[in-house]
Design a protein around this ligand. Structure first.
Ligand code: 1GP
Length: 243
């Protein structure tokens, strides 16, 4: 976690399948200027090359700003990252995303020992079918069953995972509800588990609500990507989470 020393914080998601390297660099520069904790780079459906190129461009242009990989598969690994979220899709029951991609990642990690953070990736119904759901062929957990989400978090913690990512899906009409975040936070004390929350967060008020409910890191992608968030507003997201 040393790459993400500053907690709580905002992480700005760059989708290498959609952003050109210059656009990704501009986003990373804006994120740093706004006081974000770092950039997340990843896509649920992406080739291999884009992630590498985008991550390298950001590291060259914005040195020292944390680059965190949020890979959709082992094919998306790159050494141009400070941290890899080693995601296991524990809300699903598809072995490929529970363990198989992880085994496939080992030859890469043997060659490039980028730090990893063992992360329980939990999809929560955000109001529509997301790319992650379609690609992983797994169903999200219901949005109104905090106890079920919390049980997944508790199980992940007992397994020894270090972080939890609650995901409503990129562009979700409904972000993860505060009741779900609160229940998951209660199952995973901040000292043990870093809690990421993302998907459908479009306003500083929503970011503040996620933080107030217990998120350590609030992830914003689409709102920035669509050009809807100017630098000053990005700073408002950061203030909402950090103040
Ligand atoms: C998606 O949680 C992230 O994986 C961010 O979602 O694009 O909706 O901000 P948005």
């Amino acid at each position: 976690m040393s790459a993400l020393g500053r907690r709580p914080g905002v992480l700005v998601l760059v989708d290498p399948g959609r952003a050109t390297p210059p656009a990704a660099v501009a986003t990373a520069q804006a994120a740093r200027a706004a006081g974000a904790a770092g950039v997340l780079i990843g896509s649920s459906f992406d080739g291999t090359r884009e992630t590498h190129v985008v991550a390298r461009a950001i590291r060259e242009a914005v040195p020292g700003f944390p680059v965190v990989l949020f890979p959709g598969s082992a094919m998306q690994l790159t050494e141009h990252a400070d941290l890899i979220l080693f995601l296991s899709l524990v809300s699903g029951r598809n072995p490929q995303y529970l363990i198989e991609e992880h085994v496939r990642a080992v030859p890469f990690l043997d060659q490039h020992p980028v730090p990893t953070l063992s992360t329980a990736y939990i999809l929560i119904d955000g109001g529509r079918v997301t790319s992650v759901e379609a690609v992983s062929q797994t169903r999200p957990l219901p949005a109104d069953k905090p106890e079920l989400a919390a049980a997944h978090v508790k199980a992940a913690r007992l397994i020894g995972m270090q972080a939890v990512y609650l995901e409503a899906g990129s562009g979700a009409p409904r972000p993860v509800a505060p009741e779900i975040i609160r229940a998951c936070r209660a199952a995973a004390p901040p000292a043990d588990i870093a809690l990421f929350v993302g998907g459908g967060i479009r306003t500083p008020a929503q970011a503040r609500a996620a933080r107030a409910a217990g998120a350590d890191f609030v992830v914003i992608g689409t709102a920035v990507e669509d050009g809807g968030v100017a630098g000053s507003e990005l700073a408002a997201f950061v203030r909402a989470v950090t103040e």
